[in-house]
Design a protein around this ligand. Sequence first.
Ligand code: NAG
Length: 349
Amino acid sequence: MSVPHFLSVLLATFVISSISSSATISSSKAQTFNIKPESFFNPKLPPRTLSSNKKFEGSSNLVDLRYHMGPVLSSSPIKIYLIWYGRWSAPQQLLIKDFILSISSLAEPSPSVADWWRTVSLYTDQTGANVSKSLFIAGEYSDTAYSHGNQLTRLSIQQVIATAVKSAPLPVDHRNGIYLILTSHDVTVQDFCRAVCGFHYFTFPSMVGYTLPYAWIGNSAKQCPEVCAYPFAVPGYMGGGGPGALKSPNDDVGIDGMISVIAHELAELTTNPLVNAWYAGEDPTAPTEIGDLCEGLYGTGGGGGYIGQVMRDRKGRTFNMNGRRGRRFLVQWVWSPVLKACVGPNALD
Ligand SMILES: *[C@@H]1O[C@H](CO)[C@@H](O)[C@H](O)[C@H]1NC(C)=O
């Protein structure tokens, strides 16, 4: 799951010893590709979350990420079903879909989204099968009528999925399928902005009829960009004196912020789909997963209070990886089971 910045500041300040106590159960046009677009820079911004990486960075022996014998998403390809809840614009949908499709798009210039996913695909199950490198969008459903209202709870999110699969616009795919529920900026969700920016879990047979791995991510643009679209918006208390917010790579703070959270949740959903595979900590109701361990880290030299070295294009927009159709994204790093460290494709060493 993805813990917002301000909560982690509180956690780091007051309860640094129990960082995983939060409650998971676990432009219409593509940018044109510039020839010499980028320069490296280190924005000297604190990471979005101080909790996990603060504690673990440079001390991998403290991280007890272990395999708990459950499945990972190894069957290929992984089929993603998108549920657009609320009102979405076509350019926003296109941007999110471009990110998701970039994961399996091997031809993009390095550092690429596919390079980033390579770390996720290093995770295996007990048969030695790796997380699949191939993902595609197998179906989409738009719930423009807000069928379960504009205030969702963790349970009513499952009802949204149930509505989508029962009225049969989306198939029930419990072999290769994962479901992503994306809520528009005017939808509030239980714990959104206060405890989480996104989470993943699986549906209950009693609610949906099946056990389906899913993740929810909300557009924080209107409700709490400084919490969930950080570092494209920064909290007021950080505004004075220090550097301000970074320019987002696709000029849409809410969606660019969502993309790193989507990435975080996809990495965790595929390596821990039933919350019994890869996580650290003893408590399966509050697992620390491969995205949590690296939250707020986007480049080399990150940690110790900084997000790390990233890149910026000619318009000053920040990114750290390339995707399809010339898109750029700023996505957090993930924990490598091989290097036992946070890793990303833009690493300089
Ligand atoms: C599968 O994971 C193992 C262990 O992390 C790794 O050594 C191997 O290279 C991976 N295979 C593929 C095809 O990614």
